[in-house]
Design a protein around this ligand. Sequence first.
Ligand SMILES: Nc1ncnc2c1ncn2[C@@H]1O[C@H](COP(=O)(O)OP(=O)(O)OP(=O)(O)O)[C@@H](O)[C@H]1O
Ligand SMILES: [Mg+2]
Length: 952
Amino acid sequence: MDQSTIAHPAALLEREHEVGRVRAALRAAEQRAGAVLVIEGAAGMGKSRLLTEARTQAAEFGLRVLTARATELERGFPFGVVRQLFERPLLEADAGERDRWLAGAAALAADVVTAAPTVSAALAPGPPAGDSGYAWQHGLYWLASNLAADSPLALVIDDLQWCDAPSARALAFIARRLDGQSLALILATRPLDPSLTPEAAALAADRAVEPLRPAALTETAVGALIAARLSDASDDRFVRACLDVTGGNPFLVGELLEELAARGIEPTAAAAGDLGAVVPRGVANAVLLRLARLAPASAALARALSVLGDGAQMGDAARLAGLGGADLEAATGALVSAGIVESGGTVGFTHPILRAAIYADLSPAERERLHHAAAAILRERGAPAGRVAAQVMHTEPAADRAVVALLRDAARDALALGDAAGAAALLSRALEEPPADGERPAVLLELGQAHARAGAPEAIAPLSEIVEHGEDAAAISAAATELSGMLFFAGRAAEGAAALRRAQRRLPAGEPVREQLEIALLGLSYTSASARREAGTTIAALRDPGRPARGVLMATTLASLAMEEVLNLRSASTAIDLADRALAAGLPLEFHRGENWTQLALATLAAADGLDAALRSADEILAQARAGGAALTVVTLSSMRALIAVRRGDLAAAEADATAAIELAPDLLGVEFLVLAVSAAVLVGLERDETPDALRRLIDRAGVGYDTEFTPSSQLRYASGVLRAAAGNHEAALEELRDCDHPAFGGENPAMLAWRSAAALSLAELGRHDEARALAADEVRRAQSFGAPRAIGIALRAQALVGPRAERSQRLKEALAVLASSAARLEHARVLVDLGATFRAAGQRTAARKPLLEGLGLAARCGARALERRARAELAAIGVRPRTTDRTGTDSLTPSERRVVELAATGGTNREIAQALFVTEKTVETHLGRSFRKLDISSRRQLPDVLANAAN
Ligand SMILES: Nc1ncnc2c1ncn2[C@@H]1O[C@H](COP(=O)(O)OP(=O)(O)OP(=O)(O)O)[C@@H](O)[C@H]1O
Ligand SMILES: [Mg+2]
C-alpha cells in the first residue's frame, strides 16, 4: 500500500472560498477585531482538513494557536475541551506569563484549567443553574483575553458536536464578546441537534458566528484525486461513477480509492460499472475489509481502541487487546500503515468514521466484555473517576458496590464543574447497579440534587421520596431544601414551602438540622406570597435573639423580624435597628433557592428610610460579588441599589444600575429577578424624558410579570400604575394600584408601596374627590404610624393636592418640614415646586419665587429633568429666568457611560472596569471616549472632581 497519501494528504481541493474566509478571520484577529467561524458539514466533508489549513495559516500570520478536539467518549468530562485548550500553555508558561494570563477575573478560571475540581463546590448550596457557572465562563473569557493581549490568538476546536456542555457554554460566552479582541475562534462541527446538544447548538447559531458549509467535491476534484491515487489516465465515466457512489464526499472518495488501489482496479470505463459492488454497504464495509486483511492482533488492537476512544494510552489498549512486546509493535505498525490509526504519545483513529465503523461492528457481548475490562484496567492504574465511569456507563448493571462508589465520585466531580445533567446520568446508572440497601438513600439524594441543579423536573420524585420516607435527618433536610428551591424556580413556591414544613414535622424537636429548614422556609416566605401562608406559624414564633447576635440563624431571624415590622406597619426605627443587626450578624450574601437574605434586609432599610446604610451595604456586597464573578448577585444587588437610588433622588445612578441589571440578566436564569430593576427604570424614566410608551415597552420587553406571586413584583405593579397615570389613563392606573393592596406584598405600608397616594391623585383627576381624600387621609395615618419621613412626605403631598385648595399651601409646608430632614431629595424637590406653583396660582408671586428656585436647584441635582422643566415654566410665569449653566455635564452621560465613569474615577483600568461590569474592554473604551468628550476633559484624573461637583 502506498503510504504517501496518508503521510501527505492530497492537496486541498475546491476550498478557495473557505480558506479565504479563514484568512479573513485570522486577519481580523490580528487587527483586534475578533471573529468566530463555524465550519459545519456532514461526516467526511473535510472540516478537520480545513482546520489543519487554518492552523497552518494562523502560524503563518504569527498567531498563537491553541487546539482541542472533542471526542464522543469524553463528552461527559466537564471542561474537557477547555482544558485541552489551556492546560498545556499554562503548564509550559513561565511564572511571569502565568501571572499575566491568570490576572484579574481570569483567576476565577484557574480551578477549571489547572487543578482537579474542588468537590466542596458541588456540596455548597448554590442556585440550580449555578452562579459559579457564570463565574467560570467569565474567568475563561478573561483568560483567553489575557492570552490574546500578549499575542494574537487562534482557538481551533474540532468536533464541536461532542463538546462537553460546560466547555460549549464557555466558548459561546467568549464568542459573544470578541469585539476588540485579538482572538479568532475557529470551530468545526457536524450538523447539530439542539435537543441533544443544546449548548453547542446555541453557540453555532449565535449571531456573532459566521457559518461555513463546505460543498461536495465536483467531478474535477474527484478526477484529480483519482489521478493522484490511481492513475493519470482515468476515464470520464469512471470519474463520474466515483462521484455518484460517494456524492463528492472527500472522505468517501478517499476510502473508495484506497479500496480500489488495494484491489488493483484501474480507472477504466469498464471498471466504472463495477464501482457499486466495491462499496456495497458504504464506507463501513471498506474499513472493515481493510481491517480483515490485517493480522488478528491488529484487528484486536483496533477493537480495543474503538472501545477506549481517541486519546487512549497505548498501555491501556495493549492490555485490553491482550498484546505486548513485539506483537504490540507489529499490530500498531500495521494499523498505522493501513491508515486506520495515527500514533503519537496517545493513539487515535485517523478519522472518527473509522472508530464508529469498527465499534459498530462489535457484537453486544463483545462490547460489554471490552467496556467491562477497560473499566477494570483504568481503575487499577488509578485513572480519574470520570474516565473509568465513561466505560462503566456502557456496561450492564451487576450490583457491584465499587462501581456505585466510582459513579458517585465521578458525579460529584461533574457537579462541581457545573455539569449537573452529566452528574444525573451517572447517578441514575449507579441507582440501576443497584447500590446496597443502606447506600440507596444517599444515591437517591445525590440524584435528586443533580437533577434539581440541572433544573430538571425529574428531581421531584427522588427528593420527595426522601422527604416522605427517608430516615436520616440530614438527608431529609437536604432533600427538602433542594426540593423547595427547585419548586421555587418552577414557580411552585407554595409546594416548596409545604415540603419544608413536612420535613420539619418528620424531624424530632431539638434536631439541629431543623434550623436549616426554618431558615429556608422563612427565606421562601419573603419572596413568595403563597409560601408566606405556609410559614405563618414559623413567622409568628420568631423572637429577637437580643444582642450581640451571630450566625446565620440569628441573622436570618433578625432580617425576618425587620421585614415583619415593615409588612405589619409597626415601627420604622425598630425595622432599621433589626436590619442593621441582621447585616452585622452575617446574613447569607448570595441569592439561592428562592432565598435572598441581604436583599430582604436592604429592602427593609430602603422602606424605613435607612437609605444611607442601605447604600453602603449594597456598595460593599456589590464590590465583592463583582470580584467573585457572581453575576446573579450583581443583577439582584444592582436592581436593589437602583431602587435605593430612586428613593435617594439620585436618578442618574438609579438609571445606571437598573440598565446594568437589565443588560446582564439575559445571560442568566430567571427574569423575575429583574422586577426591581425594571420598576426603578420606569420611575426614573418618567422623570428623565422617556415617553410612557417607551417605558411600557421596557416592561413588556423585560418579560417580567407583575401579576405573579413573587412578592417583589409588587414594586413593578406600583410602577406600572404610576406609569398609567402619567399616560393619562387614570382608570387603569387605579385598577393596578389597588392591586397592591395585599399584606404579603407590602400593601399595608406606604413606605413599601405608596399606592394609596398615587391612587388618590388619579381619583382626584377623575373627579372622585371624596374617595381621593379618604384614601389620602388613610395613607397619612399609616405613614405617620410607621414613621418613615419619605412616606409621610409623599402622603402629605397627596393629601394637599387632593384636598381643598385653601388648605393646600399649609399642607405642603407640613410635607416640606418632614422631607427637609430626610434623604428623599426627589420628593423634597417635588413638594417645593408644588408649593411654588400653589403660591403662583394664588397670585403670590414673591412667595412663589423662593420655593421654585430651591425646587429647581434640587431637581437639577437629582437629574429630574421633567420636574426641572416644570419649575422653569412656573418661574417663567412670574418672570424669573434662572441661569441654565449650573447643570454639570455628568447629567448628559448615558447610564452605561455613567457606570464606566464612576469606576474609572476610583482608579480602575479599562480592563478592571470591563471585568467588574461584565462587558468587553472595547465597550469600556468606547464609553470612556464618549464621556470624555461630553464632560470636556482629557484625563481620567479629572473624573473625581467632575463627579464630586455633580453630586452636590
Ligand atoms: N477539499 C479537499 N480536498 C482534498 N481532500 C480532502 C478535502 N477535504 C477533505 N479531504 C480529505 O478527506 C478526508 C476526510 O476529511 P476530514 O477528516 O476533514 O472530514 P471531516 O469533515 O472532518 O469529517 P468528520 O465529521 O467525520 O470529522 C481526509 O482524508 C481529508 O484529507
Ligand atoms: Mg473531522
